[in-house]
Design a protein around this ligand. Structure first.
Ligand SMILES: Cc1ncc(C[n+]2csc(CCOP(=O)(O)OP(=O)(O)O)c2C)c(N)n1
Length: 339
């Protein structure tokens, strides 16, 4: 049992050694590199925003990198994936290029959504989108799970949502239907404690969310530690296998901290500096690095090089975006279904 705030969580019992054996040096270093790509992407895109190159909404995934990196590594790219507006990392993990994503943030014609969607609406072949409406992605993910079952495929639909979306009706309607119809959907609540500036305990009536709520839908529930890549990877591997075998929906809660405000326009004044510093001490990237260093897979210098390589990838994406054309004004309505 571990404590965060006043809530006691029972985390999935993971085995670091098992993960090291399964992923091996190469697999683990590749996950670390992906997390560094996400971190660098968020840092540089944020700077570009402050310099006035990017407009509109912008929600950083900084601090939460271990969760989606571990989920994609454990579950694989053939599943259906959906998430909220905090969608930069998932698109990168599902093979959208940093160039097309940065160009999208810059509103350029060769961006991921042709400059129409911006930060909240990234997509890929297997990612059905980032969604701006809180909880809007949940019925979509449930429908994807229905299609998997209908076509008798051996995979799952994975739906990420924030703990703020737990108060939305769409979650309860979806969970009820998924449980009734035995749909292979993994609902992952990324509990970063804050829904904009509202602390989770002031918004959600019962906690721990999954330990209490999964029972009400006759579903299995798991709680993972989002600051620990190994716990997330081992947990998602187990949950994926179980979901495919049983064709039953599962509710997962991942406890984590975001390093930034809700969005780029939120200075996060409702959090103390001490709290933030404490959260950053638990940075999942540093923790993963430390374990890999202690296992003899990487040293400080190699880590710095790896980080530098990802910084270069992102700087090249910024250069690409800056050189890219804006959409032609006469084509702005193309591909837009509602104006
Ligand atoms: C239906 C709806 N209501 C309100 C909003 C405004 N809003 C945007 S994000 C947000 C908070 C959501 O927090 P959470 O689900 O915990 O996700 P996080 O931002 O922490 O990832 C709110 C209330 C919205 N976009 N959609």
């Amino acid at each position: 049992m571990s404590e965060q705030g006043s809530v006691a969580y029972h985390f999935f019992r993971s085995d670091e050694k098992r993960v090291i054996e399964k992923l091996g040096k190469e697999g683990l270093l590749s996950c670390l590199e992906q997390m560094l790509l996400i971190r660098n992407f968020e840092i540089r895109a944020e700077s570009a925003y402050f310099q006035g190159h990017i407009g509109g909404f912008f929600h950083s995934y900084m601090g939460q990198e271990a969760i989606q990196t571990a989920a994609v590594a454990a579950i694989g790219q053939e599943s259906w994936w959906t998430t909220s507006y905090r969608c930069h990392a998932l698109a990168l993990l599902l093979n959208a290029s940093p160039n097309e994503l940065m160009a999208e943030l810059y509103g350029r014609a060769n961006g991921n959504a042709k400059g129409r969607g911006g930060s909240m609406h990234f997509f890929t072949d297997r990612m059905l989108g980032g969604f701006g409406i809180v909880g809007g992605q949940i019925p979509i993910a449930t429908g994807a799970a229905f299609s998997i079952k209908y076509q008798k495929q051996k995979t799952v639909s994975v739906c990420f949502l924030g703990e703020g979306a737990v108060a939305q009706g769409s979650l309860h309607e979806s969970l009820n239907m998924a449980a009734l119809w035995d749909l292979p959907c993994i609902y992952v609540i990324e509990n970063n404690h804050w829904g904009m500036g509202t602390f989770v305990e002031r918004a959600i009536s019962v906690e721990p969310i999954v330990e209490k709520k999964s029972l009400g839908y006759g579903m299995k529930g798991y709680t993972l530690n989002g600051n620990d890549f190994f716990n997330c990877y081992d947990g998602f591997s187990h949950i994926f296998n179980e979901t495919v075998q049983a064709s039953r929906p599962v509710l997962v809660e991942v406890i984590v901290d975001r390093f930034r405000g809700h969005s780029i326009s939120d200075p996060g004044l409702y959090r103390s500096k001490e709290n933030l510093a404490q959260c950053m001490k638990n940075d999942s990237i540093l923790k993963l690095f430390q374990v890999l260093r202690d296992s003899g897979f990487i040293d400080e210098k190699e880590y710095e090089k790896m980080d530098g390589r990802q910084k270069e990838v992102v700087m090249a994406a910024i250069d690409f975006a800056e050189r890219s054309p804006f959409p032609d004004a006469t084509e702005l309505g193309d591909g837009v279904f509602a104006l």
